[in-house]
Every structure is written in structure tokens, then in C-alpha cells.
Write a protein that binds this ligand. Structure first.
Ligand code: ATP
Length: 699
């Protein structure tokens, strides 16, 4: 292991230096790359790093998890679990049985070569046993396949469902916590089965160990009469053992590789620009293509003959040829030893002892390699299992209330008049930020009122709406709903009584029908008529009608196809994939109409006492905007309604209350007439809009 040139050692400060132990890094230059590696507190042996005491303790706690893991998997499919484990362990004896049978055949061949009598039945029995064993294991393997698949899928979906449940119930503050984020990880639907991979790796390691030990034990039993056997074994394991100390590859280590050659970076960027579909139109305009070619040539010249070999290979190239040759020669030590024995002391060496020793020794070599390679990945996989289980323990930071909502204490009051909402000196900062986005906000919205919140960009309007349904809790102050603290109610109940059309709405990667049906998630699938009604109310019916699959269109289908193209069928196959996985583009306005349809579905499902619409018309044409506002206003009956809009001309004249926000504060409140008379922020915003419609005085 050579010490790299240009090595620098640095210490990371991290985000919270007082909490995390500081990591030391070493960095050095390899060709056009800078490689940064953490300096491990353990003893770095090249291929493996011996763990520190605290890491050892950590491993022990991880191994405690195995009982839970095995218990859970057993409970999911007891029969399949038992079959899988028995089969895997049974396979580990295959090697030793074969070794034993081989030794019998080799002994017979050896006797034959020495001109001694051969026991034919022994050879036949050994050969037949080998064939029988291969057939039996093949048959078992085939029959276990289905059971293994069942076990694997049950494990996959069990942990997937549990992880999804955690994810779906996280409040935004908890979800944004870096620790929670790292526990949740990035899941891929098709390939993510980390728990199964870990389980398989554990079993694989255990069976490999068993296999090697049984082979070694048998080999010793078979050749123990030869004094040379222990020396021979020692030579066989020398190579892999020394390999642990001397093997020095970059890929097995934690590292970052940065490119530090500006010309190479520019070449990569220009190449990306030339190949990306995204810039096709730009490339064709204004002579951009020639510019790219010219710059590419210039950067190529600037790069010169500097090696652009990847960093992993550059790393390996550093090893001296003497060390490399020595490791190569170590592979042949056993053979060299036998050759020398034949030259100087041939007594006791037989043909079969040589072959059996060689076979057992290669098994030891393989086990050592496997243990060194797999132990690292096993530790990683076990810590990912630990992560999976830690996910299920994540507690939401936001505490749920206990009161049901609505509080129908008086049975005579059946009809809802809407929700009463009061902010008392509310201030709010987003988690992880220092600047309050809302400051000392106090207002009261009476049941059934129609309220419009106005203010310039960034004044805090959307943040206020996020506090209404407890996406976040205020950092200071209190919000009351129907006279009681919002935090006292069951979150689910309060959210169920609200319909919110958010500004940053999105279309879901599901069919348009489901996009709308999700407005009323408690219900069974709504009928076609109900979906149509909601689409119509949201103004989305016309564009949905024009789509070939109408409400069954999936805007952005999940890509599960995998294709390998070769030869003439290429074009047709391309078309087949495109047809199946075609993305249906909708405009911003159409997507907004779809979100509105979802909210109408929610309103139609009943029980809604509060409706908020945060700039629901920003992408709509004026006609669409007017129609949507009119339909939303019609929904007022029995509800408190809050609108946020920059184009408030349609609305403020109907509003019972207008809240004017600026820099996170409430600067004015009242109705349209009162606020115009006040001649303040509202009047200013109002006049800017009115100005656009006045005749221009320019000549
Ligand atoms: N998730 C977030 N994390 C941190 N800061 C945020 C977050 N969302 C909004 N902000 C900040 O909070 C402030 C108020 O934003 P908010 O969206 O509430 O304003 P707004 O009045 O609705 O603006 P607009 O009219 O542009 O929609 C802004 O400075 C914004 O950058």
C-alpha cells in the first residue's frame, strides 16, 4: 500500500460540529481527479479495516437484530422459511461429499497407476453417488424455486407496506429532519428489497462458512497421514491472507472523486449539451452548433495528453510491479512446494493427497476472500436492516390531539355554519430556518365568512394556510378552532373537515379518474357520473374529454418495461414502448383545473366546514378564472371560505373580511370599502390592478 503523493489531511466541520464527531479526511491527486477519503479510526489493512471498539459494540447491537429479522420472516411464511434455510444449509455439504467421493476415485486411479488391483465396485459406487447427488440437488433446487419466490415477495411487500405507512403518516417537520430522511432512504419499487438481500447475505455467509469448515475437516481426515499437509495448507492460505493486507483497490473504500481538470469538465459539459434532447432547439438556433464544436476542439487541445483514465484504475496503477509480481507468484506457492518435495523428499506424496489438498486449499482461499469481501457488505446490509427497523420507531414531532371534530355537543345544531378560526399572536419559522415568515399574526374568522388574503409575493399568505390544517404548528402563539386550541383536536378529524386547493398542487402519477377520486379518500371509488360532475365543476371536463383514454389517462405512467434492442425490430419495438409509456402533457392551466376538480369531489363528499383556495387560478385564462371563482363561491353554504389571490378584483367586493399581509405581518383588515377608504397597502395593490384598465395618457 503506497502512500499517495500530494496528500492533504483535513477535518470536516459538519453542520453541527458540537453533536457529531469530526471526521478527518485525506485527499490527493490522481491524474485529473482529486480523491477524498475519510481517515478511518480503525486499522486500515487495505482490503479490510479492523473495527474500533465502538464499531464492534455497534455490530453487536446489529447482530441482536437478527433474531427479530428471522422471527419476522418466519412469521410471514413459516413453511417456505424452513425449506429455504434447510436447502441452503444442505447445499453446504455438497462440496464435502464430492470431496470424499473424489478422494475414493483418485485413490483408485492412483492404485491403477501403481499397477495395483482396483476395486471396480468402489469406482462405480462413487461415480453413481456423484450423479445421484447432482440430480437430487437439481431437483430440490427446482422445487424450492417457487417457495423461495413466495418468501422473497412476502418479505418485500411486508417491509414495503410498513415503510410506506411510516412515510405516509410523517408530518412535514418530521419528514424534513435529516436523520429521518436518511432512515427513510430512497426506495425503488422494482428493485428495492434490502431486507431480503440482507437475509440472503447472512444465510449465504453462514452456509459458506459451514461448507468450508466441513471441507477442511474432511480434507484433514483424508490426508492426515502426510506430514506435509499442514505446511501445504499454510502455503495455500498465505496468498489470500497476505492479500488482505496488500490488496489495495479504491472501489472498496468510502471515497469521493472530484474532477479537478477544467478542460475535461468543459469537454463533458459540451458533450452533454450536444447529446441532450432538452437543448435540441437551442442548438439549432443562432450558430450554437458551431460554437459547441469549436469549444470542444479548444478544450481538447487544452487537455493535451493528460491521462483521463478513471480514478480507480489510476489508483491500482500506483502499485509497484515488484509487489504485483510477488502476489502473482504466491498463487503458485503450493505447487512450488510440492515440486521441491518431489525433488528433495518425495516420500509420502501421493497423487490423491496432492489433488485433495489442492481442492480443500482452494476452498479455504475462497472462504477467506468471501469473508473479507462479504463481511463489509454484510455489515452494510445489516445496518440497512437496522435502518428499516428504525423507520418503524419514528415518532411524529407533531403531537396529535384527543378531541373529535366537529364537537356536536348540542344535538339540535345539525347544520354546519362553517368553522371558526382564530390566530392569536401567531409567529412561525420553517423548520431549520432562523427567519420568521409570520410574525405576531392575530385575526378571527367567523363561521361562514368569506375571507380574502392579499399581499405581495413572499408576504406569508400560503404559509398562513399551511398552519390552518396543521401542516406545521406555530412557533409562537396559538390557533383556535371553534373556540378550542387546534392542537386539542384529532388531526385526522380537523383535516377531514377542510378542503384546500393549494398553490403548489400537482397531478398525481395515477389515472385522471383516481386523481379526482382522491378528493374524497374515505369513500369507495366514486361513480363515473360523480367523477364527471367534479371534472365539470373544476372546468377540466373539456380537456379530459379530448384525451384518447379520457378519465383513464395516466399522465406520467410508471416505467416498468425493459427492452433490449438489436437488429431490424428496433424501430417497431421503440414504438411499442413509447405507446405503452407515453407521457401525456397537460398545460399548467389544465393541471390546475384537475386539482380544482379534486377539491370539488371533496366538497361533494360532505362534512366540509372550511374551504381554502390558494391562488387556484394563477395559470388559468381570464374566463376560466372567473368561472372557477364563481363556482367556488357557490360552495359557500355552511362553510368558512378563504381565498388567496393576486388578481382579487373578482372576489374582494364579495368578501366579508380582507386580510392584507406584508413581510409576514397583518398590516390591514376590513372589507373592501373600509380598506379603500383607509388608503393603505390594500388601496395600493388595488390601484396597481385597476391602472391596467384605465385609458393610457401616452400619446
Ligand atoms: N418550505 C419552506 N421553507 C422555508 N421557507 C419557506 C418555505 N416556504 C415558503 N418559505 C418562505 O416563506 C416566506 C413566505 O412565503 P409564502 O409562500 O407564505 O408567501 P406568499 O405570500 O404565499 O407568496 P406568493 O404570493 O409568492 O405565493 C417566503 O420568504 C418564502 O421564501
Amino acid at each position: 500500500m503506497g502512500i499517495p503523493v500530494n496528500e492533504k489531511v483535513s477535518v470536516s466541520t459538519g453542520d453541527a460540529p458540537e453533536k457529531k464527531p469530526k471526521t478527518r479526511f485525506r485527499s490527493f491527486q490522481l491524474g485529473i481527479w482529486e480523491v477524498v477519503l475519510p481517515v478511518s479510526p480503525g486499522w486500515d489493512l487495505g482490503l479490510v479495516t479492523l473495527p474500533t471498539a465502538s464499531e464492534l459494540l455497534d455490530y453487536l447491537s446489529i447482530y441482536g437484530l437478527l433474531f427479530r429479522l428471522f422471527g419476522d420472516i418466519y412469521a410471514l411464511a413459516p413453511r417456505q422459511f424452513v425449506l429455504f434455510t434447510i436447502f441452503e444449509f444442505a447445499q453446504s455439504f455438497e462440496g464435502s461429499i464430492n470431496l470424499y467421493l473424489n478422494s475414493q476415485i483418485l485413490d483408485a486411479i492412483s492404485s491403477h497407476l501403481k499397477g495395483e488391483a482396483v476395486v471396480r465396485s468402489l469406482i462405480v459406487r462413487s461415480l453413481a453417488s456423484r450423479v445421484l447427488l447432482a440430480l437430487m440437488l437439481g431437483w430440490l433446487r427446482k422445487n424450492c424455486e417457487r417457495d423461495n419466490q413466495v418468501l422473497k415477495d412476502r418479505v418485500k411487500f411486508f417491509f414495503m407496506e410498513k415503510s410506506m405507512h411510516t412515510l405516509l403518516t410523517l408530518d412535514p417537520t418530521t419528514a424534513e429532519d435529516p436523520d429521518v430522511k436518511s432512515k427513510m432512504g430512497n426506495a425503488s419499487f422494482q428493485y428495492d428489497n434490502e431486507v431480503w438481500s440482507s437475509f440472503e447475505a447472512i444465510i449465504r455467509m453462514a452456509t459458506a462458512l459451514l461448507k468450508s469448515f466441513s471441507q477442511i475437516a474432511l480434507a484433514f481426515a483424508l490426508i492426515r497421514q502426510h506430514a506435509s499437509a499442514p505446511v501445504f495448507f499454510a502455503l495455500c492460505v498465505l496468498q489470500p491472507l497476505l492479500g488482505i493486507f496488500g490488496y489495495d483497490e479504491l472501489w472498496g473504500k468510502t471515497h469521493i472523486i472530484f474532477c479537478i481538470n477544467k478542460a475535461y469538465e468543459r469537454l463533458a459539459a459540451l458533450h452533454g449539451f450536444a447529446y441532450s434532447d432538452r437543448y435540441r432547439v437551442d442548438r439549432l438556433s443562432d450558430g450554437v452548433a458551431e460554437f459547441i464544436e469549436r469549444e470542444f476542439k479548444k478544450s481538447r487541445e487544452e487537455l493535451g495528453d493528460v491521462s483521463t483514465e478513471d480514478a480507480n484504475r489510476e489508483w491500482s496503477n500506483r502499485q509497484s510491479f515488484v509487489v504485483g509480481s510477488f502476489y502473482g507468484l504466491m498463487n503458485d506457492f503450493p505447487m512450488i512446494y510440492f515440486a521441491l518435495r518431489i525433488l528433495f523428499s518425495p516420500k509420502g506424496i501421493t497423487f490423491s493427497s496432492l489433488a485433495i489438498s489442492q481442492e480443500a486449499a482452494s476452498s479455504i482461499q475462497w472462504t477467506i476472500y468471501m469473508l473479507t469481501y462479504d463481511s463489509k457488505s454484510l455489515a452494510r446490509q445489516l445496518s440497512s436492516v437496522k435502518n428499516v427497523y428504525a423507520r418503524f420507531e419514528i415518532q411524529n414531532k407533531m403531537k396529535d390531539g384527543v378531541l373529535t371534530y366537529p364537537r356536536v355537543l348540542d344535538e339540535s345544531v345539525k347544520e354546519s355554519t362553517g368553522m371558526e378560526l382564530e390566530f392569536r399572536n401567531v409567529s412561525f419559522k420553517y423548520p431549520g430556518t432562523t427567519k420568521p415568515v409570520l410574525e405576531d399574526l392575530s385575526f378571527k374568522i367567523k363561521p361562514g365568512q368569506m375571507v380574502v388574503i392579499v399581499g405581495v409575493n413572499g408576504s406569508g399568505k400560503s404559509s398562513t394556510i399551511k398552519l390552518f390544517n396543521r401542516l406545521y404548528d406555530p412557533t409562537e402563539g396559538e390557533i383556535l378552532v371553534d373556540g378550542l386550541p387546534l392542537t386539542a383536536y384529532k388531526l385526522k378529524d380537523v383535516r377531514r373537515a377542510m378542503a384546500i386547493l393549494r398553490q403548489d398542487h400537482d397531478s398525481y402519477p395515477l389515472s385522471l379518474r383516481l386523481n379526482v377520486a382522491l378528493g374524497a379518500p374515505e369513500r369507495e371509488m366514486p361513480s363515473d357520473e360523480e367523477i364527471q360532475e367534479a371534472l365539470k365543476a373544476g372546468g377540466a371536463d373539456t380537456f379530459v374529454e379530448k384525451l384518447p383514454k379520457k378519465a383513464d389517462t395516466v399522465l406520467d405512467p410508471v416505467k416498468l418495461s425493459s427492452v433490449y434492442f438489436e437488429g431490424e425490430a428496433l424501430e417497431e419495438m421503440n414504438t411499442m414502448v413509447e405507446e405503452r409509456e407515453k407521457i401525456t402533457d397537460v398545460s399548467g392551466g389544465e393541471s390546475q383545473r384537475l386539482a380544482a376538480a379534486r377539491v370539488f369531489m371533496r366538497l361533494n363528499s360532505g362534512g366540509i366546514r372550511f374551504l381554502a383556495a390558494d391562488e387556484p387560478t394563477s395559470a388559468l385564462d381570464p374566463e376560466g378564472e372567473f368561472a372557477l371563482f364563481s363556482r367556488l363561491r357557490q360552495e359557500r353554504g355552511g362553510k368558512t371560505v378563504v381565498f388567496i389571490t393576486h388578481r382579487f378584483g373578482h372576489l374582494t367586493k364579495y368578501a366579508d373580511l380582507i386580510l392584507v399581509m406584508k413581510d409576514g405581518r397583518l398590516v390591514e383588515s376590513g372589507n373592501h370599502i373600509e380598506l379603500v377608504e383607509k388608503d393603505g397597502e390594500y388601496k395600493r395593490l388595488h390601484d396597481v390592478q385597476a391602472q391596467a384598465f384605465l385609458p393610457t395618457t401616452d400619446s
